[in-house]
Write a protein that binds this ligand. Structure first.
Ligand SMILES: [Zn+2]
Ligand SMILES: [Zn+2]
Length: 388
């Protein structure tokens, strides 16, 4: 071991003594014992600082001066005794987290290059999937469902520019109830109607890739490029049509369907969360949807919450008493809820209803449908859906 620099504290040692001392130090022997045995005058925490630096024969990439290897303390840092190459002239060290100006600039350059490559890949990905040509369409030509979906996207994302709105994942209010059939359908309607498409300029995280490097896109995180001419004027005109209630033919029936779908989604979400709180499985989609369609014929979402909540309580109680198994709890719950509703109908009993669960506040979809379109606000939660 040849040294370029020797500190006073270790000057009296021979090369082989020094090597042995270092070996014993990194093997974990008590430092105080070593200091005493080798007659070294320094603080125990500083011993490793006196170990010799070794020339590596390489040049510093930042300034061209010689690099040397210096040892580090056995408990500090990730190198745990492994020598780290450092420059003899500047702050550079051969480590991935070197903070010298050269390395910081090089990492930034690398990050920018990687970002440029990713942007190119995203542009190709988007161009392969969506047509960004401006579409000649007027608000009067939209179906009610498409108008609803478009307004949900615009209100949720908010304007970022004259033809661009932000992501649906904005925190408040939530975009739609946690029921994927419903929440996913809204942006898909907007895309399939060619009213908007995911913007290639969305944040990078809107286009995640898998381990094989294949890109995908996130409905919640992409920004939206609106494809009609003069989007702000288009949306304004659409809002005028909606608020004046001079609705095109067929809108009432279509919006009543959307009301039912939103109500089902809200009830499914309530059921999932309430069952989870009681440690119960969620009923299968088919059985639950059939039950909800039946209940929503006569009852508001608020009243269905009460019926569901009571049946989930019953199922939890029966499971705890071991009258029924966990596996049976889900079908028991659906059956119990249907019987409870049938009895209430037969006896004309009043179901007062529950308020919204604080965890499951109103969504943007609810605001757009019940505040903007129907103009009755939370009455949409507390009233049964009018039959056509
Ligand atoms: Zn240097
Ligand atoms: Zn550096």
């Amino acid at each position: 071991m040849s040294s370029t620099r020797r500190f006073d504290a270790l000057d009296h040692l021979t090369g082989s003594q020094l090597s042995t001392l270092m070996m014993r130090y990194y093997a974990g022997e008590p430092v105080r014992v070593l200091l005493q045995e080798y007659g070294v005058q320094c603080g125990p925490g500083n011993l490793w600082r006196h170990f010799p630096a070794i020339p590596t024969g390489e040049q510093c990439p930042a300034c061209g001066a010689a690099l040397v290897e210096r040892f580090s303390g056995r408990t500090g840092g990730s190198s745990r005794g492994q020598p780290v190459s450092r420059c003899t002239a500047c702050r550079h060290r051969e480590a991935h987290d070197c903070g010298c100006a050269y390395c910081v600039a090089r990492r930034e350059e690398y990050r920018q290059k990687a970002e440029r490559q990713r942007r190119k890949a995203i542009a190709v990905f988007c161009a392969d999937r969506w047509d960004y040509a401006t579409r000649a369409i007027s608000p009067e030509q939209l179906s009610a469902r498409t108008a609803f979906a478009l307004l949900c996207v615009v209100r949720s994302g908010g304007w970022l520019g004259p033809a661009r709105v932000g992501a649906l994942s904005n925190e408040h209010p939530r975009f739609a109830p946690f029921q994927l059939d419903f929440s996913n359908s809204i942006p898909l309607i907007v895309i399939s109607s060619q009213l908007a498409a995911p913007s290639p300029d969305s944040p990078l995280e809107a286009f995640p890739d898998d381990t094989a490097g294949n890109l995908s896109w996130s409905q919640e995180r992409v920004h939206w490029q609106l494809l009609m001419q003069d989007p702000p004027a288009f949306i304004y005109a659409l809002e005028q049509i909606i608020t004046k209630r001079t609705w095109p033919h067929g809108w009432i029936a279509e919006l009543t369907d959307v009301w039912l779908e939103l109500a089902i989604a809200e009830c499914v979400e309530f059921c999932i969360v309430s069952a989870f709180k009681k440690g119960l499985p969620t009923p299968c989609d088919v059985a639950l949807t059939a039950l909800l369609k039946n209940l929503l014929l006569d009852y508001s979402v608020s009243q269905v919450f009460e019926l569901l909540g009571a049946s989930i309580d019953d199922a939890a109680d029966f499971t705890e008493r071991k009258y029924i198994s966990q596996q049976r709890a889900e079908s028991f719950m659906v059956g119990a809820c249907q019987r409870r509703a049938d009895l209430a109908r037969a006896e004309g009993a009043t179901i007062r209803g529950l308020p919204r669960d604080p965890m499951l506040g109103r969504t943007q979809a609810s605001h757009v449908l019940h505040d903007v379109f129907f103009g009755h606000g939370e009455a949409g939660f507390f009233s049964a859906i009018p039959r056509a």
